[in-house]
Design a protein around this ligand. Structure first.
Ligand SMILES: C[S@@+](CC[C@H](N)C(=O)[O-])C[C@H]1O[C@@H](n2cnc3c(N)ncnc32)[C@H](O)[C@@H]1O
Length: 300
């Protein structure tokens, strides 16, 4: 059998199915071929990746083998594993995802951590998550802090539908208020914290993005003008004192290489604010934190 030939046996063992999947994905240029083949087969068999190896020589039924083959073909065409499986883990919870939303990234967990730290000692905080997408940030904050409420906004009605499913799945729908609208426009009361992971890829950068990102993830969730800063600039320009409670803060996830520029923009606009830049686990400047220490003034 050539590596990419489908096994001849009608009930092939796990071992041969994995071998076929890895070869087919490598041939398609998928860098994570082994991991992806394992994850897809484990999903079809309803077991963990570790359990797959205990079943290495077990035969797989015709229907399950065919289902696995279909998933590998989708992956080989470039579809991300998270969309194929309909889920992605974020901050230890499984989020439903489909092509209406950006797949939550591990680096965004830094924004959640900073938010939880900033909100310590603030009873019953109200947070705004601008550009909520799957609801990863909003739902996680509500699940981590049972006394917290979130206003979660997006310009995409489809994304809000996905966020609603996730809020229900994690039992926080009564504290996640989903609103359709542009940036801060849906806000009608001051919040303790504004968090936003807005689109930050420059349109000129599109050619350098992985193929599966550009082909499958919503462009509305990725791109923000030629350099990727258009929406962050607009958010800054529209931020008014009425948006934040006294001593409130803003947390923004920023793109690779954008950290210093966003810090400079914030310092120019609010010279009295305390502005900090946080690195993610890969050492990349990822989250800009703006603390408005004094009661809200004309400068926010
Ligand atoms: C990078 S994704 C982030 C999704 C999610 N918060 C996360 O961290 O995984 C950006 C989200 O912002 C939304 N968005 C784009 N333009 C927006 C705007 N002008 N106002 C509000 N949301 C916007 C997109 O639809 C998308 O869901």
């Amino acid at each position: 059998m050539r590596a990419t030939e489908w096994p001849a046996s009608p009930r092939p063992p796990v071992r041969l199915l994995l071998q076929w999947g890895v070869s087919a994905l490598r041939e398609a240029g998928i860098e994570t071929a082994r991991l992806d083949a394992e994850v897809l087969l484990a999903d079809v068999l309803g077991c963990s990746r570790a359990q797959l190896f205990a079943r290495f020589h077990d035969s797989v039924g015709r229907r399950e083998a065919a289902a696995y083959r279909g998933l590998v073909v989708r992956r080989a065409r470039g579809e991300p594993v998270a969309y194929i499986l309909g889920r992605r883990e974020f901050y230890g919870r499984a989020f439903y995802v489909d092509r209406r939303v950006l797949i939550p990234r591990p680096e965004t967990e830094l924004l959640v951590e900073r938010a939880l730290t900033l909100l310590e000692g603030r009873p019953r905080p109200l947070v705004a998550d601008i550009g909520t997408g799957s609801g990863a940030i909003a739902v996680t904050l509500a699940a981590e802090r049972p006394d917290l409420r979130v206003i979660a906004t997006d310009v995409s009605a489809g994304a809000l539908e996905v966020a609603r499913l996730n809020a229900e799945r994690h039992g926080v729908a009564d504290r996640v208020d989903l609103r359709l609208g542009h940036l801060l426009e849906p806000l009608d009361e001051p919040v303790d914290l504004i968090g936003a992971n807005l689109p930050y890829v420059g349109t000129e950068e599109a050619k350098r993005l992985p193929r599966d990102v550009v082909q499958y993830e919503p462009h509305e969730a990725l791109f923000a003008g030629p350099e990727g800063l258009a929406l962050i600039r607009e958010l800054f320009a529209s931020l008014q004192p009425a948006h934040l409670k006294p001593g409130g803060a803003v947390l923004l996830e920023v793109g690779y290489g954008h950290g210093r520029e966003v810090v400079n923009l914030a310092c120019q606009q609010w010279p009295q604010a305390n502005v900090r830049l946080h690195k993610d686990l890969a050492g990349i400047e990822r989250v800009v934190e703006i603390n408005f220490l004094s009661p809200a003034t004309g400068e926010v």
